[in-house]
Design a protein around this ligand. Structure first.
Ligand SMILES: [Zn+2]
Length: 274
């Protein structure tokens, strides 16, 4: 089995092989794109501008959210159930801004911070089913090799690894054959991947988001419960000073390249072959 053997080779081969065929993300049109986010906000923080550009270009974007983010509040009056509802509405609002409708949000429903404790085979199977159902031209997901996966919270590590395991499984019909036999989900090989939360040294795609900076900020600041002061004492709206500080925080996460604000990615293809 040549391809099965090759699947064991290191990622390093991949970067060298695909570097010559990296697309301009701003020019992608008419594709189906599946973005996997650990929490309802990473999609806006990593890629809100890029998503806005992709939506403007008529791509079909679906956002798959691993967890309901029901733990991230210092407010002593907050409950997990209430926070999950707030986070869902914030994610819907943020995606409306960038052009992704609420019926394109796919909630996997796991608890915040607990992804590593979900039974691993069932988690891969769940995501494999999503990939086989939506048959994406491009998957966007957390880079499993980046620093923030090593030190960041459990859900980022797990989402990064699990999505890749599911991409591999989705291609081969003998993984989770019940999906084909009982649900009619045929195998699907993901042709292209855009990893986000990448190391600067690993980035090979820089998307200029100057023209959609307002959408990037509005989408990110839809998550009002995750910024000060809402994270300590929840309130659904912004005071002007607080909003200015939050905008500065979001902008500080962006990279600059050739005088433009950019979101960075690592593009890869033929993952399962090399
Ligand atoms: Zn996160």
């Amino acid at each position: 089995m040549r391809r099965a053997f090759l699947a064991c080779l290191p990622f390093l081969c991949l970067a060298a092989i695909c570097s010559a065929q990296i697309p301009r993300v701003e020019q992608i049109k008419g594709k189906t794109i599946l973005l996997f986010t650990p929490h309802p906000d990473d999609d806006a923080f990593c890629c809100g501008g890029t998503l806005a550009l992709l939506a403007q270009n008529g791509n079909r974007i679906y956002v798959v959210i691993y967890t309901n983010d029901d733990k991230g509040s210092y407010d002593p009056e907050m409950t997990s159930e209430r926070l999950a509802r707030i986070r869902k509405s914030e994610e819907e609002a943020g995606n409306r801004v960038v052009g992704v409708p609420s019926d394109h949000l796919i909630w996997l429903g796991h608890h915040d911070g607990m992804l590593e404790y979900v039974e691993s085979k069932s988690l891969v199977e769940q995501v494999t089913g999503v990939i086989r159902k939506y048959r994406p031209d491009i998957v966007m997901t957390v880079d499993p090799g980046a620093d923030n996966v090593r030190w960041h919270k459990t859900d980022h590590r797990m989402a990064a690894m699990n999505t890749l395991d599911a991409i591999r499984a989705a291609e081969w019909h003998l993984y989770f054959p019940n999906q084909r036999l009982q649900l009619g989900l045929e195998p699907w090989r993901v042709p292209e991947i855009l990893f986000f939360y990448v190391l600067d040294s690993a980035a090979n795609v820089w998307v200029n988001i100057d023209s959609v900076m307002d959408k990037k900020l509005d989408a990110s600041l839809s998550h009002v419960s995750q910024f000060e002061p809402g994270v300590h004492k929840y309130r659904p709206d912004w005071q002007p000073d607080d909003r200015r500080k939050a905008e500065a925080e979001v902008k500080s996460m962006l990279r600059q390249r050739d005088g433009h604000s950019v979101e960075t990615f690592r593009y890869a293809t033929d993952f399962n072959q090399y």
